[in-house]
Design a protein around this ligand. Structure first.
Ligand code: AMP
Ligand code: ZN
Length: 141
């Protein structure tokens, strides 16, 4: 379940200290050491899954409701106006710790510095049809 060579397993197990904002039998939620915004929190399952493609019960169905609960607590406790949920899968997607985690990032109105934004791109109807069909093919066994 938990791995000795995984830093988030060791944090989730309480072997490495962290600023914990929430804990139950399934998860520990801790403050990120290099926060994108004040209160940036990471939800860590107390079981090792590399990324979302490995995530299973009892954690899979609970992580999103927990993220919502933590976001609400941030709004009340920190007075933020909203929050982003972010979850990276694979090095190409920016994942640096290979133990599934969900980022919960508080956001304050009028603090408009770019966070989690991208330059809107473009795609022709034909390209969208081709792209859509390639993803649909990816569902095949
Ligand atoms: P990701 O890029 O999605 O894999 O996110 C990994 C996050 O973990 C980064 O935001 C890091 O700042 C954070 N992080 C890495 N090590 C620790 C640690 N020991 N305690 C708290 N946050 C950490
Ligand atoms: Zn782990």
């Amino acid at each position: 379940m938990l791995r000795d060579d995984c830093i988030f397993c060791r944090i989730a197990a309480g072997e490495i200290p962290s600023e914990t904002v929430y804990e139950d039998e399934y998860f520990k939620a801790i403050l990120d050491l290099a926060p994108a915004a004040k209160g940036h929190t990471l939800i860590l399952p107390k079981a090792h899954y590399q990324d979302v493609t490995e995530l299973e019960e009892p954690h899979a169905s609970r992580v999103l409701p927990l993220a919502a609960k933590i976001g609400q607590a941030m709004k009340k406790g920190l007075g933020c106006d909203g929050f982003n949920l972010l979850q990276n899968n694979g090095e190409a997607a920016g994942q640096t710790v290979f133990h599934f985690h969900m980022h919960v990032i508080p956001r304050v109105a009028d603090e408009t510095e770019a966070l989690l934004v991208w330059e809107p791109g473009s795609a022709s109807k034909e390209e969208m049809a081709e792209t859509g069909s390639r993803i649909r093919e990816g569902f095949a066994e």
